[in-house]
Design a protein around this ligand. Structure first.
Ligand SMILES: Nc1ncnc2c1ncn2[C@@H]1O[C@H](COP(=O)(O)OP(=O)(O)OP(=O)(O)O)[C@@H](O)[C@H]1O
Ligand SMILES: [Mg+2]
Length: 249
């Protein structure tokens, strides 16, 4: 596979905040058109990695490529980014927030933009609430607005930082149905999560711990590596954690 076949290519990337090494010589590669999950505990480095891919941070060492290019600059329009903490304008309505992001991502034609904003609001099932200010919404509704802002410009790559946190099971299933539709249209989705439910939906996973990828593969491959036929992904994660700990001792 050449670099250009990958939607995301990270090669020996490290990132330090002051003295703290948040990413430690991390490499991963996500092919186009799939859902790729980053799984790992609090502080593992998932958000830091996503911020490198968006171009908000630069690697201290190593290389990061998205859609074959260096993140940032003109690449921004090709990426849909959903931050871990929704960054929405509280005083604007649902529709105004989504329209704002559509505008900054370059949807200049007003009627076309209005149609796209309308379609996106319906997609996240907030049509009835489109005129409400963000501060009137529940947490799950804010998540849906945040997702709408990330996808409104139809980007080929979505970088979603814990998009399903706080969603009820029905909404979570709805998000995944939508993610899978996007994959079928060729969109690549990189998603961070703590939940094994999200992990099970992904085509490929990277288990991340202490800024390193401790294992990667399909959910089936990772479960199989435990050697136990009934292992779930949680057991698989623990299997690789223990293997790493043994290496250190
Ligand atoms: N702005 C910052 N300044 C200093 N240290 C930071 C900063 N942001 C993150 N860190 C540290 O970097 C490490 C990785 O954090 P990061 O937010 O990438 O983890 P995460 O995997 O996204 O965790 P979570 O699951 O809690 O969101 C942690 O040790 C964290 O304390
Ligand atoms: Mg995070």
């Amino acid at each position: 596979m050449t670099v250009n076949d990958s939607a995301v290519e990270v090669t020996n990337a490290s990132f330090v905040y002051g003295k703290l090494k948040a990413l430690d010589n991390l490499s991963l590669s996500a092919p186009r058109g799939i859902s790729y999950g980053l799984l790992g505990p609090n502080g593992a480095g998932k958000t830091t990695l996503i911020r490198l891919l968006v171009g908000l941070l630069k690697p201290s060492t190593g290389e990061v490529r998205v859609l074959g290019q260096t993140p940032g600059g003109k690449m921004a329009a090709q990426i849909g980014y959903m931050p871990q903490q929704p960054s929405l304008y509280q005083e604007l309505s649902v529709a105004q927030n989504i329209d704002f992001f559509a505008k900054i991502y370059g949807l200049k034609d007003k009627p076309a933009r209005a149609r796209r904003v309308e379609d996106t609001i319906k997609l996240v099932d907030l049509w009835e609430r489109r005129g409400d200010g963000i501060n009137k919404l529940s947490g799950g509704m804010k998540q849906r607005v945040s997702l709408a802002c990330a996808i409104v410009h139809n980007p080929p790559l979505l970088l979603l930082d814990e998009p399903t946190v706080g969603l009820d099971p029905e909404l979570r299933a709805g998000f995944w149905q939508h993610f899978r539709n996007l994959n079928r249209q060729g969109v690549t989705i990189l998603i961070s999560s703590h939940t094994m439910d999200d992990a099970a939906h992904c085509d490929r996973l990277a288990f991340i711990r202490k800024g390193q990828v401790i294992a990667s593969g399909t959910p089936e491959e990772l479960k199989k590596a435990t050697g136990k036929p009934d292992a779930d992904l949680e057991a698989a994660f623990l299997h690789f954690v223990r293997r790493e700990d043994k290496k250190i001792v």
